[in-house]
Design a protein around this ligand. Structure first.
Ligand SMILES: [Zn+2]
Length: 210
């Protein structure tokens, strides 16, 4: 990371000039995990198990000495795409696309969501009542799965405090960048109005003049 990297998301993502910042922690981990893959540029910050280990350690989600197996890496990637599908559902109004371009009416990938549902069975959370407030924690204290379970716990907490609705995946099919919608009426549809919003508008314009 060099100076100014916090201005531009990793992987050369669209400049986020209409963003007022990321999701609050721990939901931000979900946002950042989803954005390890830049759909538009086809780049992946956690393309290898070692890269995932670095990413998790940077967020103190993995102990210093722990490594990431190939199987755990594959699970993490699947959880990421499941979470992308989950938050895509928070961007409800379908974008207008030319026929055939759109795969799913609301940008939600049902297969990724079903996959996440299956994976969640193996990422058990229990209610820890010893702390204040009581919170969901991973049951198994070992491995990368703890980190993945903590991300799912973050989703549960965000449901409880009403912030999950604001974490969305960009409506632009070729983008799907995760962003936190700070707008008063929670109506922000694109990661960046200047890039993806204008792209959608230009498409709508081309259809009208055709
Ligand atoms: Zn976008």
């Amino acid at each position: 990371m060099s100076e100014g990297d916090d201005q531009v998301p990793a992987g050369g993502a669209p400049p986020d000039e209409d963003a007022a910042g990321s999701a609050p922690l721990p939901l931000r981990w979900v946002e950042e995990l989803v954005n390890t893959r830049n759909v538009e540029d086809d780049t992946d910050e956690i393309a290898t198990a070692d890269a995932l280990a670095d990413w998790l350690r940077a967020r103190r989600l993995l102990p210093a000495g722990a490594s990431v197996t190939a199987a755990a890496h594959r699970r993490a990637v699947r959880v990421r795409e499941g979470l992308r599908a989950l938050i895509a559902a928070n961007n409800p109004e379908p974008a207008a696309h030319p026929a055939g371009e759109r795969q799913h009416p609301d940008g939600v990938d049902p297969e990724a969501l079903a996959d996440l549902a299956g994976l969640a069975h193996d990422l058990p959370l229990v209610l820890d009542v010893t702390g204040r407030p009581p919170r969901l924690v991973p049951r198994d204290p070992e491995s990368v799965d703890v980190a993945l379970a903590r991300l799912l716990a973050a989703v549960a907490e965000a449901v409880a405090d009403g912030t999950l609705d604001r974490l969305k995946a960009c409506r632009e099919p070729g983008c799907r960048w995760a962003y936190y919608d700070h707008s008063r009426n929670r109506s922000r549809a694109w990661c960046s109005m200047a890039v993806c919003g204008n792209r959608a508008k230009a498409r709508a314009f081309r259809r009208r003049v055709r």
